[in-house]
Design a protein around this ligand. Structure first.
Ligand code: 5RP
Length: 270
């Protein structure tokens, strides 16, 4: 592997082989998502716990301090919205020159497999890989399902991850599912888990993150289940411990309860 590629990957994947990405890219199709209305305020107390930030160029330039941040994974697909016809109809939004100008450590792009825009989004991924590899910039493919959350089973996600890797993604981000090890085994590049809509309890989140890691995921890209929790700092601290300190679900819950009780005030209402 080229030195530049190794160097960039090691900025976002830590020496223990694990990673904790903070996505704040939701606005690119959802607008001002709850608890992300002012991204600068949302991320300020959370940045120390994360390894990298997944963000669009607009929010990056507008609110992220270039002198005091974490490695950047730039979201470079889009062109759709929650109120438009089809969330899958994405294109590449950001040129490779812009990616380099912003000193991104990696780029992220969605593919919508099984949708009317399967071919278009897979070719978006291929074109992005063609450009990004010239400059040793790793591409993270996001196996997106739009509003069809029920699609997230092992057969479908296994298929999506493998296709994304075959087209050249260096990392694949997908949803956790039952029998997650089958997804990981069929994918020749590292797999990171996304969060999805907020779970009912913290324990549910700790459980799927722990299970996914035991079954071979290298980490998480988790947004709403952290920053929409009333105690986002306690949540980030507990998840970091699962990822980088190999703690159990019970230990993560104890870390959460302790962080909650010693001063971490609820930042947001449920
Ligand atoms: C949005 C994304 C997000 O990065 C991804 O969904 C993770 O965020 P969350 O944990 O809130 O689901 O790709 O399209």
């Amino acid at each position: 592997m080229d030195w530049g590629m190794q160097n960039r990957l090691s900025q976002v994947i830590k020496p223990d082989g694990h990673c904790f990405f903070m996505p704040i890219d939701h606005g690119y199709f959802q607008g001002p998502t709850r608890c992300l209305e002012k991204p600068a305020e949302t991320i300020k107390p959370l940045l120390p716990f994360y390894d990298a930030l997944f963000v669009t160029r607009g929010v990056l330039r507008a609110v992220v301090d270039p002198a005091n941040t974490k490695p950047i994974i730039l979201r470079v697909s889009g062109g759709t919205s929650m109120v438009g016809k089809d969330l899958a109809n994405e294109e590449i939004t950001t040129s490779i020159e812009e990616v380099i100008r912003l000193n991104a450590s990696a780029v992220g792009i969605s593919v919508f497999i099984g949708s009317d825009y399967e071919k278009q989004t897979l070719l978006n991924l291929s074109r992005l890989v063609n450009e990004a590899e010239k400059y040793a910039i790793p591409v993270m493919a996001v196996t997106a399902v739009g509003k069809e959350l029920e699609k997230r089973d092992v057969r479908y996600l296994g298929l999506c991850c493998r296709i994304a890797a075959e087209l050249g993604a260096r990392i694949v981000k997908t949803y956790w599912c039952k029998d997650f090890d089958k997804v990981v085994k069929g994918c020749p590049v590292p797999v990171v888990m996304a969060g999805g809509p907020k779970c009912k309890t913290e324990q549910e989140v700790f459980e799927f993150v722990y299970d996914g890691l035991q079954r071979g995921a290298i980490g998480i890209n988790l947004g709403r289940n952290v920053w929409q929790n009333p105690y986002p700092v306690a949540m980030a601290k507990s998840l970091r411990a699962i990822i980088h300190e190999n703690v159990t679900v019970k230990q993560a819950q104890d870390i959460f309860n302790e962080a909650k009780s010693i001063g971490a005030k609820p930042q947001f209402k449920e």
